[in-house]
Write a protein that binds this ligand. Structure first.
Ligand code: MV4
Length: 689
């Protein structure tokens, strides 16, 4: 049977979901049109699409939410269909209607389904008719305080007041006793009116420790409907999902079938078409209750794809094009377990304040059949303040939950981002905590495990903090060795140890001194190079001393990866170099550090000739004036190389250069005077003492 397909679709979204949709369309040979705002001119989704149309200024309401511009872009590019992704216009009934009026296929449900689910009370009435279990409560049209209070007293406290027009936890208020009811109702109505311009309320029995279990449903235009099992999305913070998993821990086959069938009933009750998600609350006693239905593809759909082996965007494209569902219920099964962690530019230590800035360093875990990364950004991109600060979704799969969880924590420990604050460490700690490992999960998970997630040190399996300082020092020493080796290649005898430029001395211990600023703490470090005759850059051994504690350290540096052994403990760490500001990522933490280079006289405004000594071992690179020159304060005199950087040493005051003590290419001991300089204009020749 020929498969009807679109030739060209427009993606009315941005970021990771736009990239994800384009990937499937490209695989199916469907041409794609991206839309972009001022903030996304260089965005990944624009570069991935076959065509791209500018739709306006960075604020969403002037671009991604302006459906007239989106529709015009589809017309101008002759796109037959529009995929809305999630968020933005994905549940906008007016947009859906406008697509239909313009003969452009909206890849999603009919407008009636979107409208039916737009109101909590209307949705509940529909589900009640369909015998879908509802939380005990009241969702009638009589909104008098007396009627609402009567229903609360009838069901017993605690109850939950919910705004009919609300969603995502907005406009909810718990009421624990009758005497709190009146004030709580006034507050809830005021908030709802402010947020939704509608203060109608429904009252529900408050379930104190429910789980959020959602069922993925799919319906075609020929009355076929299937469910693709469940996702557990209980781990949320302020109604934002943090880590989701599929299947739900502890789900029995019977309960799965009951919830799946209930979800299908929900969908069929509104003549649903396309991808939909029915959200339930699962109580501790195994009873489940309809919460709401989302008429879009969810952010967390990839974990369903991982356990069913299906591409849900391909299903959406097929169903929107009028095809029947690719599989029947009996052909669907669960294989393994998957997690999704949402990587955000936000600061968990600062109440999860959204972060913006440049992804100056971005190294992801290796992707494979076990690890998938859906992202809309690359290294060097800016995370904009105009949109959701999601950087990516890290999705992992394995044969069972324990194995999948190991994949998750390992992948999180290999996810390196610098230049912007992220929630990666928070996610790693959450996934590593005991309750999560035991799947002791409900919607109050973060609240109940707050201390272990935010404060406990038990998550740091090894006390590697002290070791981290030695790793930072080792990195600097190896990097210097690499750079000196690179410099000596330019000398006339690259193999001569005299040209190694890393302060090697014949028959002398090879001492280095460096000062690091680690997490805003200045640390003085000395190191003795212990390598054989000639230092090599592939690996080197040092005795590194920090705060009078000396540890043997050796390692090899390749690009941003340091394979190190500190005091017998081997580890692999990644270092992000952000123009001399470094971030060192271990498997459980990260530190920031930079070199503190002593003043080489560049800043020497005291006029004291003392700034003309070498602060550490290095190499003379160039003499910039003749012997006997009369110079002015600040004139450049010599250039010296120390720790990978060249430094211009300047005249501390007006005077005369009498004699240089080193020639270009000479190695210079730390502390050696570089030249004889006097403040006089015509000095008698002063012999060096
Ligand atoms: C509830 C509930 C307990 N009892 N309804 C949160 C947002 C919206 N999806 C509905 N929510 C809840 N409704 C009754 N009768 C607890 C929540 C709830 C919650 C639900 C799922 C996932 C996370 C949550 C976090 C806080 C509260």
């Amino acid at each position: 049977m020929s498969i009807t397909r679109f030739n060209k679709i427009l993606i009315a979204n941005r970021g990771e979901i736009a990239c994800r949709i384009i990937q499937t369309a490209r695989r199916l040979g469907i041409r794609t049109v991206a839309v972009y705002s001022d903030a996304d001119i260089n965005a990944l989704h624009v570069s991935m699409a076959d065509e791209a149309v500018y739709i306006g200024a960075a604020p969403s309401r002037e671009s991604y939410l302006d459906f007239h511009r989106v529709l015009q872009a589809a017309k101008d590019t002759a796109a037959e269909a529009i995929h809305p992704g999630y968020g933005f216009l994905s549940e906008n009934a007016d947009f859906c209607r406008a697509c239909k009026e313009n003969n452009i296929v909206f890849i999603g449900p009919p407008v009636e389904a979107i409208e039916a689910m737009g109101s909590k009370s209307a949705a509940k009435n529909i589900m009640q008719q369909a015998n879908v279990p509802l939380v005990p409560g009241y969702h009638g049209s009589d909104q008098s305080p007396e009627r609402l209070k009567k229903s609360a007293n009838a069901m017993g406290y605690p109850v939950l007041l919910k705004a009919v027009a609300g969603g995502g936890g907005k406009g909810m208020r718990q009421v624990w006793s009758e005497n709190e009811f009146d004030e709580a109702l006034l507050t809830a109505k005021r908030e709802a009116m402010n947020a939704f311009a509608n203060d109608d309320m429904l009252v529900e029995k408050y379930l104190t420790q429910p789980r959020h279990i959602e069922i993925q449903v799919f319906c075609d235009q020929h009355n076929n409907a299937v469910y693709l099992f469940e996702r557990d999305c209980s781990v949320q913070r302020r109604h934002q999902k943090v880590i989701e998993e599929a299947p739900a821990p502890g789900m029995t086959a019977k309960l799965r079938e009951q919830m799946g069938e209930a979800a299908i009933c929900s969908a069929q009750a509104i003549n649903y078409q396309g991808a939909g998600t029915v959200e339930f609350l699962l109580d501790e006693d195994g009873a489940f209750y309809f919460m709401e239905m989302n008429t879009r593809l969810q952010v967390e759909h990839p974990i369903t794809e991982m356990i069913t082996g299906q591409d849900l965007v391909e299903w959406q494209l097929s169903v929107a094009a009028g095809e029947i569902l690719p599989l029947k219920q009996e052909q669907l099964s669960i294989n393994g377990h998957a997690f999704e962690a949402r990587i955000y530019a936000e600061d968990p230590a600062n109440d999860f304040l959204p972060a913006s800035g440049k992804l100056s360093f971005l190294q992801t875990p290796k992707t494979s059949q076990y690890v998938r990364i859906d992202t809309g950004v690359r290294q060097g991109d800016e995370v904009s303040v105009f949109y959701d600060p999601m950087i990516s979704k890290l999705i992992v799969w394995d044969k069972d939950r324990d194995k999948a969880l190991q994949r998750l924590t390992k992948a999180l420990s290999e996810y390196y981002i610098s230049g912007i604050t992220t929630n990666i460490d928070f996610l790693h700690r959450l996934a590593s905590c005991e309750a999560f490992k035991k799947a002791d999960i409900d919607t109050r998970f973060i609240e109940k495990n707050y201390d272990e997630i935010f404060y406990s040190k038990t998550n740091d399996k090894k006390n590697t903090k002290g070791e981290t300082y030695y790793l930072a020092a080792l990195y600097c020493l190896l990097e210097q060795a690499q750079n000196s080796a690179a410099n000596s290649i330019h000398s006339n005898d690259p193999n001569s140890p005299w040209h190694s430029g890393d302060a090697w001395r014949l028959n002398e211990s090879n001492n280095h001194r460096l000062t690091l600023n680690i997490n805003d703490q200045v640390i003085d470090i000395t190191a003795e190079q212990l390598s054989s005759k000639q230092p090599s850059t592939s690996s080197s051994r040092f005795a590194i001393t920090i705060n009078e504690k000396t540890l043997l350290a050796q390692g090899a540096l390749t690009s941003n990866t340091l394979n190190a052994e500190i005091d017998g403990h081997q580890s692999r760490v990644t270092i992000a170099d952000n123009n001399g500001d470094f971030q060192l990522f271990t498997d459980s933490s990260a530190i920031r550090f930079n070199r503190v280079l002593p003043d080489l006289g560049e800043a020497n405004d005291t006029g004291h000739a003392g700034g003309l000594t070498a602060p550490m071992n290095g190499t003379m690179v160039a003499l910039l004036v003749e012997t006997g020159s009369v110079v002015k304060k600040g004139d450049a005199l010599v250039v010296m190389e120390a720790m990978k950087m060249e430094h211009t040493i300047r005249a501390p005051q007006n005077g005369t250069v009498i004699e240089f003590y080193f020639q270009p290419g000479n190695l210079v001991d730390g502390g050696a005077e570089l030249l004889n300089f006097t403040a006089e204009e015509k000095p008698e020749q002063k012999l060096k003492p």
